[in-house]
Design a protein around this ligand. Structure first.
Ligand SMILES: Cc1cc2nc3c(=O)[nH]c(=O)nc-3n(C[C@H](O)[C@H](O)[C@H](O)COP(=O)(O)O)c2cc1C
Length: 215
């Protein structure tokens, strides 16, 4: 990965509609997305991978009027992922996490798994009744998955642009997402840039003095 190049490039706004991510590359990226970590391994996500014109059109028809400028990006991108996050953590979800951890042998010592499960329940109670931010906290996990996947895409030579310009109520309805106990957090458009429409102006970020305090 060329970090200098990454540091100096704009996110892609114009994708080349004639280019599709090879299946093997896509699968590797999805394997990476599946592997991204979450706090207490809560794994609060479900991902809708839109690969077909029908899927992408269903999304663009439901972005909401004020977000139509994102439609072209989605239609021209090779793939767009809808990243959804659980609205809450029912016991059935937590049990599914623990069952998978046990099956995967995450903690070979059963007493360690038991301790882990009780610590996880404590932490989730704190989020629900102490900080009262359970869904917000889970969406933070989703954003981490997006950031990591953007880096993984760069490593694979794929451009990845996150999109927050959409109406979540409308997208949830179009894909029947709420019925699954999730709601849409963010979109990720993936593909290759249109070489004729790549921004070449400098990127604009605050000076390092504004950002870093060394102590
Ligand atoms: C989380 C996130 C959401 C974004 N949503 C959109 C979007 O909906 N539409 C869009 O055109 N750009 C979107 N962007 C791109 C930003 O506007 C862009 O990265 C920022 O203005 C800096 O511009 P640059 O990448 O060209 O340097 C998003 C970027 C991030 C990180």
């Amino acid at each position: 990965m060329n970090l200098d190049k990454l540091m100096n490039k704009h996110l892609t706004r114009y994708f080349d509609p004639s280019k599709t991510i090879p299946e093997e590359t896509l699968q590797q990226l999805l394997r990476f997305l599946r592997s991204t970590p979450s706090s207490v391994n809560v794994q609060p996500n479900h991902f809708y991978v839109l690969a077909t014109p029908e899927g992408k059109e269903r999304l663009t028809a439901n972005l909401g009027e004020r977000f139509q400028d994102n439609a072209e990006k989605i239609l021209n991108a090779s793939h767009t992922i809808i990243l959804t996050t659980r609205a809450d953590v029912p016991d059935s979800h937590l049990e599914a996490v623990f069952t998978k951890e046990r099956a995967d042998g995450r903690f070979p010592d059963p007493s360690k798994q038991e301790l882990w499960e009780s610590m996880t329940r404590d932490f989730l109670n704190l989020r629900s009744y102490g900080y009262k931010d359970l869904n917000h906290w889970m969406e933070k996990q989703t954003y981490m998955a997006v950031g990591l996947t953007m880096m993984a895409a760069a490593e694979l030579g794929v451009e990845a642009t996150p999109l927050e310009g959409f109406d979540p109520t409308s997208v949830d309805k179009a894909f029947k997402i709420r019925e699954t106990g999730h709601s849409t957090t963010v979109l990720l458009a993936l593909g290759y840039p249109d070489p004729e429409r790549v921004y070449t102006t400098p990127i604009s970020r605050f000076h390092a003095d504004h950002l870093f305090t060394f102590i």
